[in-house]
Design a protein around this ligand. Structure first.
Ligand SMILES: [Zn+2]
Length: 325
């Protein structure tokens, strides 16, 4: 797998706590509260500064539906912000609401004089091939028993991290302290009791931990840089000043004729631009992009004035020596 250097996915139109990057579908009403509303609506508002990556660690590869079913089965069951399962990688909870996946031991909170990690972290769940099949827990999926995987899950996690780091401003690097700011795996580099209350937990497993730090984070930085770079395509070029608007020099070349630039130009009309006193030859292709008027033929100034690039046209017929430049 080589994530860095792959094509940059299209930049999302907006970056919001409810939105998601390309390849991930917001499904913010899939998890329901006991009152029938979307589950997140009853959750405390948070301001996350660490994103934490998990693995499902189910006995078999979980699907998008099994992830939702598990979340809805009991109030305390895992309800992550993101769930990267097939066939639909999902955002389930807005990232400005407290999810259920990351939790700090009470005694550690007191010792550290810190609140529970769920109040300042994002939870990203991801499917694996199932702990029954792989005791080491599989890497991020590139194939799934629940259908095609159009975007490898490691790439989706990189997009999610880039997206949320733009929304919230956290760095795409491991936090220096467990309660700092950045991106971590559930038990690495800070094991129990920082983000889990289960002693001995190894989530998301050695393969995903290596992939997260060695491949996903560099890719996430690459995507974020591209998405935050000044947009060249949407800024119109500045209007030229009056002295930069070219005059067109249209020359009637009665027969093939050598000009003083050393070239022989064919019979017919030849176009130069005069900008700041400099003559620049406009080739047939460039001319054709300016106007539907054929370059050969005799035109009146009124016809030439339909070419919007020029303020005025100067025409003449070549009979003797034409000085160019
Ligand atoms: Zn976990």
């Amino acid at each position: 797998m080589d994530l860095v250097g792959a094509p940059i996915p299209p930049k999302p139109a907006t970056f919001t706590p409810e939105g998601a990057p390309p390849g991930v579908t917001p499904m913010l009403t899939a998890l329901r509260g006991t009152d029938g509303r979307a589950w997140w609506e009853s959750r405390p508002i948070i301001r996350p500064r660490v994103a934490i990556v998990h693995t499902n660690a189910a006995e078999q590869e979980g699907s998008s539906q099994s992830q939702i079913n598990w979340g809805n089965a009991a109030p305390a069951n895992t309800k992550p912000h993101y769930a990267i399962n097939q066939p639909t990688p999902m955002k389930l909870v807005p990232t400005n609401r407290r999810a259920i996946a990351n939790s700090t031991e009470d005694w550690y909170e007191k010792e550290e004089d810190q609140t529970d990690a769920s109040f300042w972290t994002i939870a990203i769940e991801s499917a694996d091939s199932g702990t029954k099949n792989d005791p080491q827990v599989s890497d991020f999926l590139t194939v799934s028993k629940h259908g095609p995987v159009p975007v490898p899950h490691a790439e989706l996690v990189a997009r999610i991290l880039a997206y949320e780091s733009i929304v919230w401003g956290f760095p795409l690097a491991p936090p220096a302290e467990w309660d700092g700011t950045g991106v971590a795996a559930h038990t690495h580099p800070f094991p129990h009791p920082a983000y889990t209350i289960q002693e001995g937990k190894t989530c998301p497993g050695p393969k995903k931990i290596r992939t997260l730090f060695d491949e996903i984070l560099p890719r996430a930085r690459e995507i974020r840089q591209a998405w935050t770079a000044p947009d060249q395509t949407q800024t119109p070029p500045p209007a030229p000043t009056i002295s930069e608007v070219p005059d067109m020099i249209l020359v009637r070349n009665a027969e093939p004729h050598q000009f003083t630039d050393g070239k022989t130009y064919p019979a017919g009309n030849i176009v130069w631009e005069l900008v700041h006193g400099e003559l620049r030859h406009v080739g047939p292709d460039e001319y054709a992009a300016l106007t539907t008027l054929p370059i050969t033929g005799a035109y009146t100034n009124a016809q030439l004035a339909r070419i919007p690039r020029y303020t005025k046209q100067l025409t003449g017929t070549v009979t003797g020596t034409v000085k160019v430049g």
